[in-house]
Every structure is written in C-alpha cells, then in structure tokens.
Ligand binder design. Structure first.
Ligand SMILES: Nc1ncnc2c1ncn2[C@@H]1O[C@H](COP(=O)(O)OP(=O)(O)OP(=O)(O)O)[C@@H](O)[C@H]1O
Ligand SMILES: [Mg+2]
Length: 228
C-alpha cells in the first residue's frame, strides 16, 4: 500500500527533515505519527501524496513508484488519497455542498452522481442539514467534518491527516476521531500525524514515533510516549 525505502529529505535551506526513513503501511491500517515539533511528521506525510519529493530513496503508493510518476499523473494519485489538514482548508466562498462536490467536479462526474456521492458523505459525517451553509457559518468541528467529507468523496483507499484535531477542543476532537474510526472500519487506510496524547493512548493503534527525521519507534497498539 505505502512503502518507503531509505527516504531522505533535505529542504533547499539545508534542513534535513527525513533521515533514512523506511516503513511499510498495509491496506486498512490505522497509523498515528507522533513526535516533537520539527521531527519530520508533516514532511513524512507529504511524501505519500507527492506534496514534497524525497531527495533520495524510494516511495511506492498503491504499487506506483512515485519517483517515476509524471507530474501530469499526480492528480490521479491524489484522487486515491484523501487529505485532511489542521486548518480545514475549505473554500470560503463555496457552500458545504459545493466544497465537497468540488473534488468530484474536477474529475468530470455527472451531476446526478455528484449529488448522490456528496449527500452520502455528508450524511456519514452528520452534516446533511448544513449543505447550504458557508464555512464561516460553521463551528470548527463542523468545518473539519466537511473537510473529512471532501477527503473521502472519491472513495480513496488512503486518508492522510495532519493534526486534524489540532484546532479543536477535546470533546469535538473525540467526535472527529470517531469519524476516522468509522472510515477506517470501512477498509480505508488512515495515516494521522497528531500531538493528541489522550487520543493516541485511548484509541490504541499502530504508533510511528519520529525524532530528528528518523523513525525511533514503531509499535502495534503503541503509546504516545512523550511528556507534555
Ligand atoms: N518547506 C520547508 N522548507 C524548509 N524547511 C522546512 C520546510 N518544511 C519543513 N521544514 C523543516 O523540516 C523540519 C521538519 O518539519 P516538519 O514540518 O516535517 O515537522 P513536524 O514534525 O510536522 O512538526 P510539527 O509537529 O511542528 O508540525 C523542521 O526543521 C522544519 O523547520
Ligand atoms: Mg507538522
């Protein structure tokens, strides 16, 4: 599903963000990526959907070698990977419905298929009643639900989330986590960078811990493991 071999990433400013990272993530896994700020978590995740390219090393996603993937084929890769961010990244001038539909419209689905799929995912995230609202009219938790709906509307096999609960209060965060659990239970692989110790230590899943650009721990049903 996702495989990295000896991946290094040095940014143009000379910062070594990934230092010999090798990992294999199987279809259907739920993986937390933890570690101190600057450890390389976001960089690690960005490698998976080719937001950043490695300086060296091999990355395979769905059997595709990303090194050999032409730039013109990157949209195809992204269609199979949903991405969720800490700050939601919704389009402010579009309604909830339009924000979710946008992901499908860009691949030229028919209006009927779009409507069906959009309503289905909005129902899944519990926001069917907000289809006509604008992002500014929603709470943070609701906005994150919309962005999750958008990330799964193409039925991707992988959902990648970079601190999806980072801007949310604890109770709202739990609701968002339940949603990721639900998506994972349908067979979707989840890779999530998080600083949320309570969640990691409660919903026990595989934990990949990073420090200084290296994987320092990789445990099934692991713990958060860092002091506040
Ligand atoms: N575009 C960039 N250009 C230069 N350096 C970068 C860039 N992005 C990240 N870095 C550096 O690479 C290192 C790893 O950053 P990264 O964002 O992957 O860390 P992180 O583990 O996600 O941190 P956080 O928990 O704060 O989100 C840091 O030293 C950071 O300053
Ligand atoms: Mg980060």
């Amino acid at each position: 599903m996702i495989e990295m071999q000896n991946v290094y990433k040095t940014y143009p400013n000379g910062v070594v963000a990934l230092n010999d990272v090798s990992v294999r993530i199987k279809q259907g896994e739920f993986v937390y990526v933890v570690g101190p700020s600057g450890a390389g978590k976001s960089t690690f995740i960005k490698m998976m959907y080719r937001e950043e390219k490695p300086t060296s090393g091999t990355i395979m996603v769905h059997g595709v070698n990303l090194e050999k993937l032409k730039d013109s084929k990157v949209p195809l890769l992204r269609r199979n990977i949903g991405v969720v961010f800490q700050d939601f990244k919704l389009l402010p001038k579009l309604t909830v419905y339009e924000n979710v539909a946008f992901a499908l419209e860009v691949i030229e689905e028919s209006p009927k298929v779009i409507r069906q799929k959009v309503m289905e995912v909005l129902e899944l995230v519990g926001l069917k009643h907000k289809v006509r609202s604008y992002p500014s009219e929603l709470s943070g938790g609701e906005q994150q639900r919309v962005s999750i709906a958008r990330s799964i509307v193409n039925s991707p096999k992988i959902v990648i989330a970079d601190e999806p609960t980072g801007n949310l209060d604890p109770e709202t965060s739990w609701g968002i986590m339940e949603l990721f659990e639900k998506i994972n239970s349908r067979g979707t692989t989840i890779v999530m960078a998080t600083h949320n110790r309570e969640i990691v230590n409660t919903i026990r899943r595989r934990v990949i811990a990073m420090e200084n650009g290296k994987i320092v721990r990789d445990e099934a049903k692991g713990e958060y493991g860092y002091e506040a």
